[in-house]
Design a protein around this ligand. Structure first.
Ligand SMILES: Cc1cc2nc3c(=O)[nH]c(=O)nc-3n(C[C@H](O)[C@H](O)[C@H](O)COP(=O)(O)OP(=O)(O)OC[C@H]3O[C@@H](n4cnc5c(N)ncnc54)[C@H](O)[C@@H]3O)c2cc1C
Length: 356
């Protein structure tokens, strides 16, 4: 049996471990954190990604707990300019769900444990090198030898840096803010809401569970930036973060494969990172089972480049400061709002990572 190490037990490492174990390859998975993260980073989860997690049981558990986001409304300050009708997309069953990332990780961990694989917490990879037929890793004060290593170690990937893989792109200068809150009397709480504000500012409120919302903005204080007052009863978490728009120039080097944020980073505007990363992990595991590792980097790099392009289109058009392109954005949003065929097309593009 192949001897595989997965570094990182975020959603991507956990998915890779599950999908390998389901096919009979039990990997080792190490995680530097002492315990699972309690952070609700990703909240917008695509149904085609949940479908990938159905066979292991996590998909059904996630779907049962998640809020189905049937509509996303886009406002110019407080004036509605477009409603994206997710529940009206025809010919496909693609939908969008709101659920906190730590809950997704919880369900993935349960599924992994049922397959007899357990995350080794508090274990950080400290060194990696490889020959043509083995990978040598250092952790826990010892050298461990593997046939292959999967780098699911996030945006600052130790492995990507150690192997000298370029992470092309740029870091955004602005500071973003996020708040995970319980709130009362928020209108139409099952809808996602995006507010395009003057001076390139943006704020969004996405339901995570009944009465709980994730508010994000490209300003220092997401709650204060919402143009509609929200009656917050409890703040679960809030904080600030920087974003990078980057992609590794290759997803593999020798016997080491990158997946998830280790391979690509996006703005949170259209919620793509977790979705794309989980799909990377499922694709990579399938290739291990089918003996088709050669094509992984090219195929997933192309998918990642497409998703980054779409994500940047969403960020650029909603945070643009110049009036001409802004006016064009509002015209396009009006077309989306009033013409059902355009609405279905744009909505599908917004909630799916498929290029077709
Ligand atoms: C505010 C915010 C909102 C977001 N919203 C969305 C959204 O709505 N939808 C969406 O799809 N995505 C969203 N994302 C992106 C999403 O959170 C990430 O894409 C996702 O977490 C990537 O998963 P990952 O497993 O690749 O990396 P991570 O979740 O970062 O996991 C990497 C793991 O590797 C571990 N690790 C790192 N180095 C080592 C080492 N040397 N040894 C051992 N372990 C190590 C880390 O401790 C970590 O647990 C959002 C992100 C942010 C910040």
């Amino acid at each position: 049996m192949l001897n595989i190490l997965i570094v990182g037990a975020g959603p991507v490492g956990l998915t890779a471990a599950i999908e390998l174990a389901r096919g009979g390859i039990k990997p080792t998975i190490i995680e530097q954190r002492l315990e699972p993260s309690g952070l609700s980073r990703a909240v917008a989860t695509q149904s085609d990604v949940i479908d990938l997690l159905e066979p292991c049981g996590a998909g059904a558990a996630i779907r049962a707990e998640a809020v189905s986001i049937d509509k996303v409304k886009v406002y110019k300050k407080t004036k509605l300019v477009a409603t994206m009708h997710i529940n009206k997309i025809r010919k496909t069953k693609e939908r969008l769900y709101g659920i906190a990332q730590n809950r997704i990780e919880f369900h993935l961990t349960e599924a992994l444990n049922k397959l007899g694989v357990f995350v080794q917490h508090g274990v950080a990879l400290e060194g990696i090198s490889q020959t043509d037929d083995k990978v040598y890793t250092n952790y826990g004060g010892e050298t461990h030898t593997y046939d292959y290593v999967i780098a699911a170690d996030g945006v600052r990937s130790f492995i990507r840096n150690a192997l000298g893989i370029e992470y092309d792109g740029f870091d955004m200068p602005d500071v973003w803010s996020v708040a995970d809150v319980y709130a009362k009397d928020w209108p139409n709480p099952e809808e996602g809401k995006i507010y395009i504000l003057p001076d390139g500012q943006i704020a969004s409120a996405i339901p995570i569970e009944t009465g709980r919302f994730r508010i994000t903005s490209n300003t220092l204080n997401a709650i204060d930036t919402l143009p509609v007052k929200i009656n917050v009863t409890e703040v679960n978490q809030q904080g600030n973060f920087h974003i990078s728009i980057r992609q590794a120039n290759t997803y593999s080097k020798g016997r080491v494969f990158l997946a998830g944020d280790a391979a690509h980073a996006h703005s949170p505007v259209d919620g793509r990172g977790l979705n794309l990363g989980v799909a990377d992990a499922a694709d990579l595991a399938r290739r291990f089972h089918e003996g088709d590792l050669e094509g992984y980097s090219k195929a997933r790099h192309a998918k990642g480049a497409y998703v980054l392009k779409m994500s940047e289109l969403a960020r650029g058009s909603t945070t643009c400061r110049r009036w001409r392109p802004r006016t064009l954005v509002y015209i396009v949003l009006k077309l989306i709002h009033f013409i059902p065929a355009i609405n279905r097309y744009a909505t599908l593009k917004a909630i799916s990572n498929r290029p077709d």
